[in-house]
Design a protein around this ligand. Structure first.
Ligand SMILES: CC(C)(COP(=O)(O)OP(=O)(O)OC[C@H]1O[C@@H](n2cnc3c(N)ncnc32)[C@H](O)[C@@H]1OP(=O)(O)O)[C@@H](O)C(=O)NCCC(=O)NCCS
Length: 160
């Protein structure tokens, strides 16, 4: 049976401000806990709040999707890399991820790449749906792999 498509009304996809730091951290923290249990628990919510305020919002171009004024999705861009893409678990499957990727592509005319854990089959399938292609398997040199070097990752790329 064909799955019925339900749409949530996304108010906006806008640039994150300093005032969004805690909401952004919560989306990343809890979405990680639910979707990547093998990776979750490495940082406390307070550590993720600190990292979001002091690193993510300063070093990357962060956009948020909001529903009823609440942040439900986050995408962070840095120099052709999609460094974060997270949707709150209860908001997944309603098109928020598609909207965030549309903005990421619009802001990245030379293309985008990102590393995804090989175990994260949902994300890999999503990326293929939105036009990314698998480049190779390996391990990133990013935040993930510092403590998770043995966890295989997949490099995906979108070329306009
Ligand atoms: C990967 C992730 C970002 C996708 O976000 P999402 O908001 O669930 O994505 P969407 O709702 O846009 O698309 C997911 C599915 O819902 C469907 N969908 C439901 N309603 C939709 C709508 N109104 N518009 C578009 N797609 C819709 C899509 O078709 C898609 O199904 P498909 O893969 O069978 O085509 C999200 O699952 C997530 O945050 N995962 C945890 C974090 C993570 O793994 N990050 C790694 C980044 S790649």
């Amino acid at each position: 049976m064909k799955r019925e498509r339900v749409t949530v009304h996304i108010d906006d996809v806008r640039r994150a401000t300093a005032g969004d730091a805690h909401a952004v951290a919560e989306v990343i923290h809890y979405s990680t806990a639910d979707s990547m249990p093998w990776f979750a628990g490495r940082n406390t919510l307070d550590e993720d709040r600190w990292w979001t305020s002091n690193v993510l919002l300063h070093k990357t171009d962060v956009w948020v999707a909001t529903v009823d004024g609440n942040v439900v999705g986050v995408v962070a861009l840095h120099d052709g890399w999609l460094s974060q893409l997270f949707v709150r678990t209860t908001a997944q499957g309603f098109g928020v991820g598609h909207r965030l990727v549309e903005v990421a592509k619009r802001e990245s005319p030379r293309g985008l790449q990102l590393w995804v854990f090989r175990r994260n089959a949902v994300a890999a399938r999503f990326l293929e749906t939105v036009g990314f292609s698998l480049v190779r398997e390996g391990t990133s040199s990013g935040r993930h792999s510092v403590s998770e070097a043995a966890e295989p990752e997949l490099l995906y790329r979108w070329v306009p």
